[in-house]
Design a protein around this ligand. Structure first.
Ligand code: SF4
Ligand code: SF4
Length: 423
């Protein structure tokens, strides 16, 4: 979350809520953090879910993003959208789009859904491979059209990894052609099924190539009237920081640290509350709304508030020594935890990768422990410091346009307005 957005939010409260309505899904994606496919045991019934709506409104929730699995597979989906809208909470949705027909899109619009972000992770071959479903790209693209025709604002989101990084620019062209208003790009962290796919996971030095390309796309998108925003785990403090994090051309926003349990809250489909929807269930899922008032859980549950009051003493590794530590607080907590088993040290950082590269070094993630195979679980990696030009066992250097990491550090950076912060 950027500085300006935080300034207007005031005291910590769950302003931005992501609610997993069901773990049932019509996909079984190879990178799914929640390992969605079948419903969890004891998911909230429509009546139980509806009882949470006034509690969210009372806590000051501004937006509730409905997710799954696929939220539309929950029997109370449309009724819940209606209830949120009636309570003054903006209902939005993130979806794979596979089951969104013109009829469902119209029903979603009628219920009051204001914006839907469809997950599209590459051009057709890459997307279908990642989603383990032939025809998925076509269905997701069709969903964007149905939603647009129903009058819902449409957006897209993309998980970036080694399988799809070469699709980035043509994917933008495709999405632009569908009429999206915004595009969120985030990294595939080794969470859930993605933890089983280490071939897919980016190495930290890959950011040296990716961040300037994303910044160039942001400028391009701005010219097209499309808002490209980086996800919270795509960072940090490289020369393009102001451009990437700002909504407007003259903005100088920057990453303001993890907001889990401060302005962000997640609810799992059985009612368990977390400080952020992507946090690991075992370590961070608190009590269920089925057994306690949401306000009490938010205020008092130690797991929900686990990341709320961290200090510099909670950072470690290179993040502890970083000049941006006080502001950044070690990047994205769920991402760091998914790599190293605890937050406060996030190797997916552009500033860090650039600083090391200037010394001829890089960090490599080496898997040392497998994930147990539960929703929102993680394995563990070791960080190996090695020469920047060491062989890359996982490399698929297929793209002619990708220059070497060493060359990339020396290239002029994409800027707009005043110079950004950076290494
Ligand atoms: S864990 Fe990551 S995605 Fe979640 S609130 Fe923190 S920075 Fe944002
Ligand atoms: S090294 Fe760590 S604290 Fe510094 S900017 Fe990167 S993620 Fe943030």
């Amino acid at each position: 979350m950027s500085r300006r957005r935080l300034d207007v939010l005031g005291e910590p409260h769950p302003a931005y809520v992501v609610w997993e309505l069901t773990l049932r899904c019509d996909h079984a994606c190879t990178h799914c953090g929640s390992r969605a496919a079948v419903a969890r045991d004891h998911e909230l019934s429509p009546a139980e879910a509806l009882a949470v709506v006034p509690q969210l409104a009372a806590l000051g929730a501004r937006e509730v993003v409905l997710i799954g699995g696929e939220a539309y597979l929950h029997p109370g989906f449309l009724e819940l959208v209606r209830a949120l809208a009636a309570a003054g909470v903006s209902p939005t949705m993130t979806t794979g789009g596979k089951g969104i027909t013109p009829e469902l899109a119209r029903a979603m619009a009628e219920a009051g859904l204001v914006r839907v972000s469809v997950s599209i992770d590459g051009l057709a071959p890459t997307h279908d491979r990642m989603r383990a479903s032939r025809g998925s790209f076509a269905r997701a693209t069709a969903a964007l059209g149905h939603l647009r025709e129903a009058g819902i604002r449409i957006a897209a989101n993309t998980n970036l990894n080694r399988l799809n990084r070469d699709d980035l620019e043509p994917l933008y062209e495709h999405l632009r052609g569908q009429g999206i208003g915004s595009w969120q790009v985030q990294l595939t962290a080794p969470l859930g099924r993605a933890a089983d796919r280490v071939d897919m996971i980016l190495q930290p030095w890959d950011l040296l190539d990716l961040l300037p390309r994303i910044a160039a796309l942001k400028l391009r998108a701005r010219g097209d009237g499309i808002v490209l925003m980086p996800g919270n785990n795509l960072g940090y403090f490289g020369p393009e920081e102001g451009l990437l994090r700002s909504l407007h051309a003259d903005g100088d926003d920057h990453f303001m640290g993890c907001q889990a349990g401060r302005f962000v809250m997640g609810i799992e489909s059985d009612g368990a509350v977390k400080g952020c929807p992507s946090l690991q269930t075992r370590a961070y899922a608190g009590a269920s709304v089925r057994g306690a008032e949401l306000a009490t859980i938010w205020r008092e549950d130690p797991k929900v508030g686990a990341l709320r009051s961290r200090t510099l003493e909670d950072l470690w590794g290179l993040c502890r020594e970083c000049v941006f530590a006080e502001t950044c607080m070690g990047g994205c907590s769920f991402t760091a935890h998914s790599i190293l088993g605890r937050p406060g040290n996030d190797p997916y950082c552009h500033f860090r990768a650039r600083t090391l590269a200037m010394r001829g070094l890089r960090e490599r993630l080496v898997p040392v422990a497998r994930a147990p195979g539960e929703p929102f679980d993680n394995g563990r990696f070791e960080l190996v410091l090695e020469p920047l030009d060491a062989p890359d066992p996982g490399a698929r250097l297929s793209a002619a346009r990708r220059s070497s990491a060493r060359d990339r550090v020396g290239l002029p950076v994409v800027r707009e307005g005043e110079p950004g912060r950076g290494a």
